[in-house]
Design a protein around this ligand. Structure first.
Ligand SMILES: [Zn+2]
Length: 435
């Protein structure tokens, strides 16, 4: 991999930068790891201050140049379950998928509930030196849903958000206090919405679960908690971010709250955008995730909400599991799938099927998530970090989960054929993945 340390220009690519309204051929100049200019083709000599310097040119004709992707939701399993993933292997899978910034979710063993652990995640990310790894911290101590963590200390140590993901915050009073404290630090409370009294099944509760004889989780398990937390977000004026939205009812609740000015952002996963509960037929445990895959009407509602802005981001919920945790009876198997290396292809597939507009799809992977968490990422604005992803839009390829950079291979998309592929990823102007 070449370093491209000082000064270089990427020429000939179709640049798509939704935050700046750019979609067309441009020359992108990078200097000292930051975007130094985005100019019309042929304008290279006019860049200020570079006349006479030797500029390395990277020929990117036929490719798309996008801001590096931003994932608000990746489980990296370190500390505690390094046999499933480490921060380094997760960050490697990230750059292979075109991601340059990922938020490491906090439900590790132990959970990230103190400043020392936040610093540990940050340091491991820096040592890996691949994608930028931003730590999340938990809302409650030990993720027990009772005592709050020291949100101010955690934010100072580098936590970009607070989440008990993997579990809901069951007690409304605890959630209210968390939202109140989160205002002091200006970081979102990020919610896994699941009413445990309605949960406990292994797939969506509906026609398919009845046919398969599996216990289901109704959409209501998600919707009642989202509605509760929207009420609390309104009460406190705090920023609530809703993770992995999966039902039409959830979308309606968020849309209505946004229209009234409640400070809420939300994400959906590539799998909820792609698959329905029909994928569970055959009892493939790689179709088991929480929230579960839903019926087609819900999938369509998610697509519509991603397109119309009700949902702000596509987030992977990358959830590596060892084979032994997945090769079990359906109701005993672990929930979740790896997602960093297929997210872009699945998002582009939605574009190819006419479900999402291309620029909106790119926005949902870049400036959409960055804005939701107020991160300095996801754009090609001059001065921004040169985090870039090059795509070959014509490349046809087959996802082989076994060859993934992740330590785990639990994916329902193993063997799927896609067109459009990440071919190179730059982080801070340095090549961190190359096909
Ligand atoms: Zn979750």
């Amino acid at each position: 991999m070449s370093g491209h340390a000082g000064l270089f220009a990427i020429v000939g690519a179709r640049v798509i930068d939704p935050a700046n309204g750019i979609d067309g051929e441009r020359t992108v100049l990078v200097r000292d790891g930051r975007i130094a200019g985005v100019e019309s083709p042929g304008a290279l000599p006019s860049f200020d201050g570079v006349r006479g310097e030797r500029i390395e040119r990277i020929d990117a004709r036929g490719l798309w140049l996008l801001p590096g992707f931003v994932d608000l939701h990746a489980h990296l399993r370190e500390p505690g379950e390094e046999h499933k993933e480490t921060i380094a292997t997760g960050a490697k899978a990230a750059v292979a998928g075109g991601y340059t910034t990922i938020v490491a979710i906090a439900n590790t063993r132990p959970p990230i509930d103190n400043a020392a652990l936040v610093r540990f995640v940050k340091k491991k990310g820096e040592e890996a030196d691949l994608a930028r790894v931003l730590p999340a911290a938990t809302i409650t101590l030990g993720q027990k849903g009772e005592g709050l963590t020291e949100l101010v200390d955690l934010a100072e140590a580098g936590a970009v958000c607070f989440t008990d993901d993997g579990r809901p915050v069951a007690n409304a009073g605890v959630m209210r206090r968390a939202l109140e404290y989160s205002r002091l630090v200006g970081r979102p409370i990020v919610a896994h919405e699941e009413d445990l009294g309605l949960a406990g099944g292994s797939m969506h509760e509906g026609e398919v679960s009845v046919r398969l004889g599996l216990r289901g989780v109704p959409g209501a398990a998600e919707e009642v908690m989202i509605r509760r937390d929207l009420v609390l977000a309104e009460l406190t004026g705090a920023h609530l971010h809703v993770m992995h939205v999966s039902t039409a009812g959830s979308v309606r609740a968020i849309r209505e709250a946004k229209s009234r000015g409640v400070k809420v952002t939300a994400e959906a996963t590539p799998h909820h955008l792609t698959l329905t509960d029909e994928a569970v037929k055959g009892y493939d445990t790689n179709a088991k995730m929480m929230p579960p895959l839903r019926p087609e009407a819900d999938r369509r509602a998610i697509v519509e909400a991603l397109q119309d802005g009700t949902l702000d981001a596509i987030a992977t919920d990358h959830a590596p599991h060892a084979t032994v945790d997945k090769e079990l009876e359906f109701d005993k198997a672990a929930s979740g799938i790896v997602g960093l290396e297929t997210a872009f292809a699945l998002t582009l597939r939605a574009v190819q099927r006419g479900e999402l507009k291309l620029t909106r799809a790119i926005e949902l992977l870049t400036s959409g998530p960055a804005r939701a968490f107020q991160l300095d990422a996801g754009t090609l604005t001059v001065g921004a970090p040169a985090d870039l992803t090059l795509i070959d839009p014509e490349a046809r390829w087959k996802f082989d989960a076994k060859k993934s950079s992740s330590k785990s291979h639990n994916s329902p998309f193993d063997g799927w054929e896609f067109s459009g592929r990440v071919v190179r990823t730059f982080v801070g102007g340095r090549v961190r993945f190359e096909l």
